[in-house]
Write a protein that binds this ligand. Structure first.
Ligand code: NI
Length: 177
């Protein structure tokens, strides 16, 4: 299909609540997902939400494979998640650095729930129900925020903890979501 342009912060379409997907297995949904995969892959992202390519639907994809350069980095399975619902499993939060393909070049320290359950559907409408923590939970929360029109800088508690990736992480190779 196609590598799409990723909308950048400032575009009002990133601040809108996305609509539920009503029918599964349609050519339109298949084409959207292929565009999302192509775009995420081309930009080496960890995740992408449909609104980031201008589609106001409750569709996110994410996944982080093994990287020999970061043997300690947590793996996250390649996932298509549609109409997601997140339920935090405790009040515990943890802060970590995030980046976003819609906010290129920047990183911010963002608090997220440490443990949660997420449910939704895959592209064929089959249910997904997972209980996750840590980085996996962080990626899901970041992507699902996009469906509510929330970008991670809106969640940074102290704007002194928002900066340029090349300054914060001179060793490089951080992934955006
Ligand atoms: Ni993002």
């Amino acid at each position: 299909m196609a590598i799409k342009e990723v909308l950048k912060m400032g575009d009002k379409r990133l601040l809108t609540r996305a609509r539920e997907v009503a029918s599964f297995g349609t050519p339109e949904l298949r084409a959207l997902l292929q565009d999302m995969r192509d775009t995420m892959q081309a930009l080496d992202g960890a995740g992408l939400a449909a609104p980031q390519i201008g589609a106001g639907l409750r569709v996110v994809i994410f996944g982080v494979g093994r990287n020999p350069r970061y043997p300690d980095a947590e793996e996250v399975p390649q996932t298509v998640l549609i109409n997601p619902v997140i339920t935090p499993l405790s009040d515990a939060t943890e802060e970590d650095w995030e980046g976003c393909l819609s906010v290129p070049g920047l990183r911010g320290l963002v608090p997220r729930y440490a443990h949660l359950r997420y449910r939704g559907s895959d592209e064929r409408g089959a249910p997904i129900d997972r209980t996750v923590s840590g980085f996996h939970a962080r990626v899901v929360q970041h992507e699902c925020d996009h469906l509510e029109g929330i970008l991670y800088p809106m969640r940074v508690r102290d704007l002194r903890n928002l900066g340029y990736t090349e300054v914060l992480f001179p060793a490089g190779a951080e992934r955006d979501e």
